[in-house]
Design a protein around this ligand. Structure first.
Ligand code: CO
Length: 385
């Protein structure tokens, strides 16, 4: 697509390089969001951070009827394109199913877990009296028959040990009730000299942090945006894109950009055919997942913008996986949509790894795309041959 305006680089709409100050600020935000408690349907602590950070940066912040945060930059003027950017606040977790007579908790999973990543892990159970620690206990090898030693523990047989004496003790002293949400107990750490960030819930706190950093970058740019931008921190993505469904209906975007945690394929045992992204090689544009096929003009628009920024960019074609972009794509009469991801290792477990440059470049890329989405560009993207 032709673009007569000065390049985003010449126009200084995004910084040329990632400064040490930017890395330090982003690290702090990513750490706070990664550590925050927020299993699917119980995103309150994450929502509080999002509201605190976005309120001074945007023109309006509201919450829809299911709990997604919708922040707007620009006026809702007739004829001005509406661009929605989504990132989901929820993380995979558990819920208390029932309390046994002995005081152990049986569980319901929230989101997609491998059985073997659930066992023998530390958890935070959020009761009405506050958080308490728990452990998914594992039967010791000493009492196990040889053939049982090589078998995977099934989640149906798992329980959380909260140290209660019995059911009454769990209910009365510890304050546990069925339905209480449970999140992985896992703390942020830097790795590899500070380039890599190890922590839980990069899916999708990396995307949520991205929304906040994009809002900041828009505020710091002297150039006003050519469109109205809705930054939407959604709920309940991990159980079927439920928050994005209602918030997309609310915003009715002309273009949908989703910011997600991607699937890195750069460690032993995973093939490049299964996942093509690698850590440190730039943000990733998804070309296929089981929820959405993106608009290819929008793909090319993003590829051109990344080239203009001299930024590395990757692609990924996944057979599984779903993401909020699918709901933006299907809202109203439909909108060109695409998923932009921050490559992540080991998602949907207690610990994942991202590269700080991939995050910072995803923020630069989406900010630049927003500056380029003029009414003419949006008309072009929403026109079909
Ligand atoms: Co996700």
């Amino acid at each position: 697509m032709t673009n007569d305006a000065p390049s985003v680089k010449e126009a200084k709409q995004v910084p040329d390089t990632i400064s040490p100050e930017t890395h330090a600020r982003q690290r702090q935000l990513l750490e706070e969001l990664s550590n925050a408690f927020g299993p699917t349907g119980h995103e309150g602590p994450v929502r509080a951070i999002v509201r605190r950070e976005l309120t001074p940066l945007v023109d309006d912040v509201e919450t829809d009827g299911i709990g997604s945060v919708i922040a707007r930059i620009g006026d809702e003027t007739e004829g001005v394109p509406r661009i929605m950017i989504a990132g989901h606040m929820d993380e995979v977790g558990l819920m208390v199913r029932q309390i046994t007579a002995e005081g152990y908790l049986t569980i319901q999973t929230l989101g997609g877990w491998l059985d073997q990543s659930l066992i023998n892990q530390r958890w935070v159970v959020m009761t009405r009296n506050g958080p308490i620690p728990g452990l998914t206990g594992i039967k010791t090898v000493h009492v196990m028959q040889p053939d049982a030693r090589t078998q995977v523990f099934k989640k149906e047989n798992m329980f959380i040990d909260v140290g209660a004496k019995n059911k009454e003790d769990a209910e009365q002293r510890l304050g546990i009730r069925p339905g209480d949400p449970v999140a992985p107990d896992s703390r942020f750490q830097e790795m590899a000299g500070g380039e890599l960030y190890l922590g839980k819930a990069w899916d999708d706190r990396a995307g949520v942090a991205g929304l906040i950093e994009i809002a900041r970058a828009i505020r710091e740019s002297a150039d006003p945006l050519p469109a109205t931008v809705y930054l939407v921190a959604t709920v309940q993505e991990e159980v079927g894109l439920r928050g994005a469904h209602t918030s997309s209906f609310h915003v009715m975007p002309d273009i949908g950009l989703n910011l997600e945690s991607g699937v890195a394929g750069d460690y032993p045992g995973i093939t490049k055919d299964e996942a093509q992204e690698e850590l440190g090689k730039g943000p990733t544009v998804f070309l296929h997942d089981s929820s959405m096929i993106p608009n290819l003009r929008l793909r090319d628009f993003i590829v051109d913008t990344a080239a203009d920024l001299e930024m590395p960019l990757q692609f990924n074609v996944l057979s599984g996986y779903g993401e909020d972009g699918a709901e933006m794509q299907k809202a109203g009469s439909g909108a060109p949509s695409i998923n932009i991801a921050i490559p992540t290792r080991y998602l949907h477990s207690h610990n994942g790894i991202i590269h700080r440059d991939d995050f910072a470049n995803a923020v630069r890329l989406v900010t630049a795309v927003l500056h380029r989405l003029t009414p003419d560009a949006v008309t072009n993207l929403t026109t079909f041959d």
